[in-house]
Design a protein around this ligand. Structure first.
Ligand code: NAI
Ligand code: MG
Length: 487
């Protein structure tokens, strides 16, 4: 682990294995942290926040460090991507693009660091000068999932450091290696010791004590809604700030006036890319009744060609599932869907193709005959499983689209401009994509409605999620007036 600028073992001395999802075999040993490690890391981060060099850095200097980190990421992006693929099984083709793109978060928030300005308030009191300052919160705990470990970390780490906070990171127990590797770049960039720390281990053993530590000011989390709720409850006890990016059951809505060949690609990218293991998965295909059969045929034709296998091969299109519990969960939902009467028109089982070897692969699966009340339409599967739900008209598409507890994203496929605007307005989700899917950027806010989350990430306003505002009053009066009356 990386605590106070030093590479250390867990206090217990224990380790646990991390597996390669393509081989199904362990490839790394990760320190198994507990409460005393969480405390050590928070104390180090707190020391770095209150003493030493970091609090003396001006914002321009913090920005320069972040940009240097961006350069180091650019230089090492291929190696970082290889570590991600070995640990979570996602395609190298996607992860190498992602680790290269990730540098932009550090450039962008690095550039923003010294452009955060307070205000001079035209205050309504005589002989008084009033102004505001935007100050960092202190120690921020970041709890990271396994699907895009370093990118989802960047969404939090770049604004938090730009704002002047210090950080303790707890990566997922399934994908801890990349966060540890990334600390070598933090060292090289020259961040003072304790500004960024990593503790590894399991949620209950090291995650909970980290969240509960009284010196943690904020918890930034991405993961399941169930764990998000637990962390929210724990944070509430300490009245801590939270930002939460949770699950989804996003509708991808195809109207009969859409360019169907584009829509097919958009639907595929929404559910089979990343083996469906994304919070923004377009896991419900809402298709207008009049084109239902035609569209499903087109979808099947393309989905059937998906090449599975080694995620490091550039021509692989669907890789393995990241971990055995997730693999079992996906197969469990496939069984549930069949039990509910949905019809698997594609896949519907674990993949036994020779190119899948001993890895954890699930066949790309499409269910028709789904109605929105079924569990397969309501609950996040987080796998390559698409539910097809027909609808009659706009009103019904909106009603079905919004009838889930989540609200992370929605896709709309139409060539009708009025419809594009109306749907974008009425769908309850933090991101709406029209005639595209799965686009994100450091420039544009991302986050959830309803149970999909609290707060936003990305875009310049989001730095305020890592700042607090101070109002300063300075009297220029020569005499303090009557002390028994508030003015
Ligand atoms: P999770 O939400 O339980 O884990 C995410 C992170 O939280 C991990 O670092 C984990 O160690 C940590 N954690 C777990 N319990 C904690 C606790 N009590 N206190 C502090 N930290 C804790 O997700 P998991 O188990 O990896 O996957 C379960 C489901 O979550 C998936 O099937 C999927 O539906 C969903 N998921 C959603 C993601 C998203 O991007 N929205 C990402 C990964 C999973
Ligand atoms: Mg792993």
């Amino acid at each position: 682990m990386f605590i106070g600028g030093e590479w250390v073992e867990a206090a217990s001395g224990d380790h646990f294995p991390s597996d390669n999802p393509y081989t199904g075999k362990p490839w790394a040993l990760i320190p198994r942290g507990n409460a005393s490690d969480a405390t050590r890391a928070v104390e180090a981060a707190h020391r770095a926040f209150t003493s030493g060099e970091w609090p003396k850095f001006n914002a321009t200097r913090r920005g320069a460090l972040l940009r240097k980190l961006g350069d180091l990421i650019t230089e090492h992006s291929k190696a970082l991507a290889e570590t991600e693929v070995r640990d979570n099984g996602k395609l190298y083709a996607e992860m190498s693009a992602q680790t290269a793109y990730m540098a932009q978060w550090y450039y962008y928030f690095g550039g923003l660091a010294d452009k955060i300005e307070g205000a001079v308030i035209p205050i309504d009191k005589p002989d008084t000068f009033n102004y505001t300052r935007h100050e960092p919160l202190g120690v921020v705990a970041m709890i990271i999932p396994w699907n895009s470990p370093l990118l989802l970390l960047a969404w939090k780490l770049a604004p938090a450091l730009a704002a002047g906070n210090t950080v303790v990171i707890k990566p997922s127990e399934y994908t801890s290696a990349s966060a540890l590797e990334f600390m070598r770049l933090i060292e090289q960039a020259g961040f003072p010791p304790g500004v960024v720390n990593v503790v590894t281990g399991f949620g209950a053993e090291v995650g909970t004590p980290l969240v509960e530590h009284p010196k943690v000011a904020k918890v930034a989390f991405t993961g399941s809604d169930a764990t998000g709720q637990k962390i929210y409850e724990a944070a509430a006890k300490g009245l801590k700030r939270v930002s939460m990016e949770l699950g989804g059951k996003s509708p991808n809505i195809v109207f009969d006036d859409a360019q169907l060949d584009n829509a097919v690609k958009g639907v595929i990218s929404g559910i089979f890319a990343a083996t469906g293991q994304t919070c923004i998965a377009g896991s419900r295909l809402l298709v207008q009744q009049s084109i239902h059969d035609q569209f499903v045929d087109k979808l099947l034709a393309l989905a059937k060609t998906a090449k599975m296998g080694n995620p490091m091969s550039l021509d692989t299109q669907v890789g393995p599932v990241t971990n055995p519990p997730q693999f079992e969960k996906i197969l469990g939902y496939i069984a549930i869907a069949k039990g509910e009467g949905a019809k698997a028109v594609l896949g519907g089982a674990k993949a036994t193709r020779p190119e899948c070897g001993s890895g954890w692969f699930v066949e790309p699966t499409i269910f028709t005959g789904v109605n929105n009340a079924m569990r397969i339409a309501q609950e996040e599967v987080f796998g390559p499983v698409l539910s097809v739900i027909p609808f009659k008209d706009e009103e019904e598409a909106i009603a079905i689209g919004n009838d889930v507890v989540f609200g992370l994203a929605a896709g709309v496929w139409t060539q009708n401009m009025r419809r594009a605007f109306t749907m974008s307005e009425r769908l309850q989700a933090g991101t709406i994509w029209v005639n595209t899917y799965r686009a994100v950027s450091y420039l544009s806010p991302f986050g959830g409605y309803k149970r999909s989350g609290i707060g936003r990430e990305n875009g310049q306003d989001m730095i305020y999620e890592y700042l607090q505002t101070k109002s300063v009053w300075i009297s220029t009066a020569t005499e303090v007036p009557n002390p028994f009356v508030m003015r």
